[in-house]
Design a protein around this ligand. Structure first.
Ligand SMILES: NC(=O)c1ccc[n+]([C@@H]2O[C@H](COP(=O)([O-])OP(=O)(O)OC[C@H]3O[C@@H](n4cnc5c(N)ncnc54)[C@H](O)[C@@H]3O)[C@@H](O)[C@H]2O)c1
Length: 358
């Protein structure tokens, strides 16, 4: 942001847990954005978060927030099923959009949003904040610039049985309301879909961020003692072998990371539960440099603030998007749908042919 430029005025749709734990603070701390407006249908919840964060404006009606000419961009932080319709509305109103992950809940609606994003010329970014983890970003640069050709990538994302104990200790008190708007039915009635949408969206995005386009997956799901384990054999577009492990709930600490092997080096990464705001521990081994390891500190672990700053950089300065774009959001959705189809059929499923949902 240049000195004479004003910060990006952000309106956040949804005052639920993710906004309270991440987006409100991220917008307030961002060097080039401000928390200009908050919108939630639940009046009691809205009043409480407005008292804490003091945005310029507050709205119960999304259309009214979109009609506010001073809102430059919207963060869509509502339930997954509402992402695409609310993001489309924002684009229609000429607002840039940062939409929470997963970008949508079906391949078809994600295609619609991707097409609308293209046609609008506005910035549409998907909220897979791990791309703003300095360790992961360092690994990606090393893979692209130093490692040479890739031969294999493994990535894992294993949510822990102790997850809520950890996050409750780290997050602020989350305000709740009985008037909050949620989609009909119980999202947890189909746990497979619920977990894949919530978690595989991160795993697939990180795998693609590091390893490039995924062509096909063959997934096996094992369910035992209330735990779910999706093991996916992955074919990358460059012919590399891949393996993705999504396990919920692993009986140990949060376990997330990746290994990438290449012609002139390799990368090993350990990612922490995001609420610790600690960048991934990454070691990049360079054969070219006579056998040397590189290990970044990644001191700034506020992925959510960095995500908003990257979003604002793209809008205010036309900087290349560092986050996931609508094409990436669609690719992750295709990956989730392909995993689900493969579990059903036992066959490998090409992402280009993936339809419907997880
Ligand atoms: N990036 C991450 O790591 C991460 C972590 C957690 C959650 N999430 C995602 O964030 C999203 C939101 O999660 P949450 O737990 O905060 O959701 P939530 O459903 O608990 O809260 C959403 C809030 O939005 C409000 N709302 C919904 N539709 C509205 C409308 N049309 N107008 C005004 N207000 C409306 C509701 O009243 C509610 O208060 C989900 O998609 C989830 O997957 C992402």
């Amino acid at each position: 942001m240049s000195e004479e430029q004003r910060p990006l005025r952000v309106g956040v749709l949804g005052a639920g847990p993710i906004s309270q734990a991440a987006h409100f603070e991220a917008c307030r701390k961002a060097k080039n954005a401000e928390l200009y407006a908050i919108c939630d249908v639940a009046q009691d919840l809205l009043a409480r978060v407005v008292a804490i964060h003091a945005p310029e404006k507050s709205y119960r009606d999304y259309d009214a927030m979109l009609a506010d000419h001073d809102v430059d961009a919207v963060i869509v932080a509502v339930a997954d099923q509402f992402h695409v319709p609310m993001a489309l509305k924002a684009l229609m109103a000429g607002k840039h959009v940062l939409v929470e992950k997963p970008m949508g809940v079906t391949v078809e609606e994600c295609e619609e949003l991707r097409d609308a994003a293209r046609a609008s010329g506005l910035v549409v970014q998907v909220g897979t904040e791990k791309r703003f983890d300095e360790g992961i970003a360092f690994a990606r640069n090393f893979i692209r610039e130093e490692m040479g050709e890739m031969i294999a990538l493994k990535a894992w994302y294993c949510d822990s049985t102790h997850r809520y104990t950890m996050t409750d200790a780290l997050q602020p008190v989350i305000e709740e309301s009985e008037r909050a708007r949620r989609p009909g039915g119980d999202p947890k009635s189909d746990l497979r879909r619920y977990y894949v949408l919530g978690h595989a969206s991160h795993l697939l995005d990180t795998a693609r961020f590091l390893g490039g386009e995924i062509e096909a997956v063959r997934t096996r799901l094992v369910e035992k003692f209330g735990a779910f384990c999706w093991f996916s054999e992955v074919e990358f577009a460059d012919g590399s072998a891949g393996h993705l492990d999504l396990t919920i709930k692993v009986r140990m600490d949060w376990h997330e990371g990746f290994q990438v092997y290449g012609e002139h080096g390799s990368v090993i990464g350990k990612t922490y539960n995001p609420w610790y705001y600690k960048s991934s521990d990454v070691e990049c081994f360079s054969e070219r440099e006579g056998g040397r390891y590189h290990r970044p500190l990644g001191a700034d672990g506020h992925f959510f603030r960095r995500q908003v700053e990257g979003f604002a950089d793209s809008i205010l300065d036309g900087a290349p998007m560092r986050g996931a774009n609508a094409e990436d959001g669609l690719a992750a959705m295709r990956g989730m749908a392909a995993m689900a189809r493969s579990v059903e059929t036992g066959e490998a499923v090409r992402l280009a042919e993936a339809k419907a949902s997880a």
